[in-house]
Write a protein that binds this ligand. Structure first.
Ligand code: ADP
Ligand code: MG
Length: 140
């Protein structure tokens, strides 16, 4: 087991419904520590840059519009196997397929407005953390 860091984003559908605290509680209850956090309103170009890996997907334009439709909370979570642990806490991409008790099952509105983002590998976590945070903003 290794201590890792992963990038999390509380998406606009969740900030709109004032769910930041309830979602953060899920992380802390599951032994993930929020070592950096800020509320931002992404620009369209930031959203396009962040999701560049999905640029060829049919949903890319709508996804970028959604991600800059309201404030988001970008955060770095730290803990044992944080990347996988967070994906388990989040649940499947489509809330309809997510396990009971996961964030997306309990709070997600649709496959797009699914309340949270989480890095899918340690390599992508490092890239995604650096996209939003400088080293001095990570306070373990
Ligand atoms: P995950 O967020 O679970 O890692 P992906 O990386 O595949 O999922 O997709 C990134 C985001 O794009 C999803 O969280 C969701 O907001 C959106 N998305 C994924 N698939 C679809 C789809 N079929 N239709 C609309 N939006 C989608
Ligand atoms: Mg993904």
């Amino acid at each position: 087991m290794a201590i890792q860091r992963t990038l999390s984003i509380i998406k606009p559908d969740a900030t709109r419904r004032n769910l930041t605290g309830q979602i953060n509680a899920r992380f802390e209850e599951n032994d993930l520590r929020i070592v950096a956090q800020k509320r931002i309103h992404m620009t369209r170009s930031q959203a396009e840059g962040f999701y560049a890996v999905h640029a060829e997907r049919a949903f890319f334009g709508d996804l970028c519009d959604f991600m800059c439709s309201g404030p988001v909370v970008v955060q770095v979570l730290e803990g044992e196997n944080a990347v996988t642990a967070n994906r388990d806490i989040m649940g499947a991409t489509n809330p309809a397929n997510a396990d009971e008790g996961t964030i997306r099952k309990d709070f997600g509105e649709s496959i797009e407005a699914n309340s949270v983002h989480g890095s899918d590998s340690p390599e992508n976590a490092a890239i995604e953390i650096a996209f939003f945070f400088s080293q001095t903003e990570l306070v373990g």
